[in-house]
Design a protein around this ligand. Structure first.
Ligand code: CMC
Length: 429
């Protein structure tokens, strides 16, 4: 017999079904709660609220486990490629060789963007943050592909939007950087693989040869895999909720880019490097900064530490820490902030404040060090996260659509004034 849960309100008994996931996570299905009892649930920050049933990513924050479609992240990061992982997330299975070749080829044919995009880009001042530029260019695709506004698009139309999104994202990302630099944009070189193409668009300068370093391209590919999905986080929930109104996929993803931008989410990678630099400039006194992070009267938090769902090591952080070491070694770079990061981690992990609250380094703690070693400027870190997260957003948007989920619309407990009469302006105090 399936499990149920009983709720007693004012002596009346109500029964609710329990839903069990593949990995035995349990949820109380309260979808009839308001109709049957008149109550709603209140859960600020949705800390205990399941918004959907999803078959894409499994995450056990207590044990530090992360799987994409059942495959452990460690194995994918070591053996797979970003586009293979993108296919897996979006379509549910690893591609066969011919499926992979077609998918890669379809994406490669859609790397070019409409020339008018350049006019939009020209409208941005060159000190614009690349995340704002990226989300605007992404949303601008609704103008170039108005058919994406049709909520009942047939599957081939949806497929086209998906590969256009994956194809054009690196072009938009590199162009947002070129805009910040005040440099002319580079066009995609379709002889190259996904990451090498992006790097060339980012770094090639007029009149100069640019050879992509395979170490750099592989490191970037691995970072993108590690960022590719993370179930119902802030930006992904945003994508699903915007998509649930049946807005275009481009506007839903653009909204996800904006949600990712904040320093508590994807923007943390940028903040980590700024923090590590500040600690270095300040003389490298780790204890002083740890004390600041613990002081409730100080707004400072240890950026790259803590996570809503991981109460153990973030498995991505473990891989990234090792990759940071490898990349710096291979490229022969000695970054003093890596040492500060390692010391900070060591001290924090022994400190009772962090131990009691189960605060561990997250994905953003070491990723910035790799991005820096790859030559990527700080303002672009969150753009890199967005490039990595794109297949996850697409997969989640597609799942929400395929499951025909209702429009996302939470309720609230109103705590404002009770009904009162309008006072004409002359009579107001
Ligand atoms: N430094 C110092 N104290 C912290 C930190 C931190 N980085 N993170 C959490 N705490 C404390 C917090 O003050 C609270 O203490 P108390 O119980 O005494 O009030 C306790 O730990 C629980 O924190 P919370 O803010 O209630 O937890 P949350 O789940 O709402 O927030 C978080 C999670 C990631 C926003 C938070 O840990 C944080 O702000 N971390 C720094 C920003 C960061 O690295 N963000 C990247 C997240 S990973 C990438 C991604 O997927 O977005």
């Amino acid at each position: 017999m399936s499990k149920t849960v009983e709720l007693i309100i004012d002596g009346k008994h109500y029964t609710f079904p329990v839903v069990e996931g593949t990995e035995n996570e349990l949820a109380i299905d309260i979808s009839t709660l308001r109709d049957t009892t008149g109550y709603i649930t209140l859960d600020l920050g949705y800390k205990n609220t399941g918004a959907t049933k999803s078959a894409i990513t499994f995450l056990d924050g207590e044990k530090g486990i992360l799987h994409y479609r059942g495959y452990p992240i460690e194995e994918l990061a070591e053996k797979s490629t970003f586009l293979e992982v993108a296919y897996l997330l979006i379509f549910g299975e690893l591609p066969t060789k011919s499926q992979y070749e077609k998918f890669t080829d379809d994406i490669t044919k859609r790397t070019l963007v409409h020339e008018d995009i350049k006019k939009i880009l020209d409208g941005f001042p060159s000190n614009s943050h690349p995340m704002g530029v990226l989300s605007s260019l992404f949303c601008a695709q609704t103008a170039f592909y108005p058919e994406s506004l049709n909520p009942n698009r047939p599957p081939d139309g949806v497929y086209l939007s998906i590969i256009r999104s994956l194809g054009k994202m690196p072009t938009f990302a590199a162009w947002s950087y070129k805009n910040a630099m005040g440099h002319p944009v580079n066009y995609p070189d379709n002889k190259l693989d996904y990451c090498s193409r992006f790097l060339k668009m980012m770094f090639a300068l007029p009149g100069q040869d640019y050879e992509v370093d395979p170490v750099v391209a592989r490191a970037l590919d691995q970072l993108l895999i590690l960022h590719a999905d993370h179930e119902q986080n802030c930006s992904t929930s945003t994508v699903r909720i915007v998509g649930s109104s049946k807005a275009s996929i481009y506007s839903a993803i653009s909204a996800g880019i904006n949600a990712l931008w904040g320093p508590l989410h994807g923007g943390a990678n940028q903040e980590v490097i700024i923090m590590l630099e500040n600690i270095r400039k300040d003389g490298g006194n780790i204890t002083k900064w740890i004390d600041k992070a613990k002081d409730k009267n100080d707004p400072f938090r240890l950026m790259g530490f803590g996570h809503r769902v991981y109460k153990n090591f973030d498995p991505r952080a473990k891989i990234i820490k090792k990759a940071a070491d490898d990349v710096l070694n291979k490229l022969g770079i000695n970054d003093p902030v890596l040492e500060i990061a390692m010391k900070l981690e060591e001290v924090a992990l022994k400190d009772s404040y962090f131990v009691e609250r189960k605060l561990y380094p997250n994905v953003d703690f070491y990723s910035g060090i790799i991005y820096r070693a790859l030559g990527i400027p700080v303002d672009m870190f969150t753009v890199m996260f967005a490039m990595g997260r794109l297949p996850g957003w697409i997969a989640q948007w597609k799942e929400m659509r395929d499951q025909n989920e209702p429009i996302g619309r939470p309720r609230q407990i109103y705590i404002g004034h009770k009904k009162r009469a309008y006072v004409p302006i002359e009579q107001r105090q």
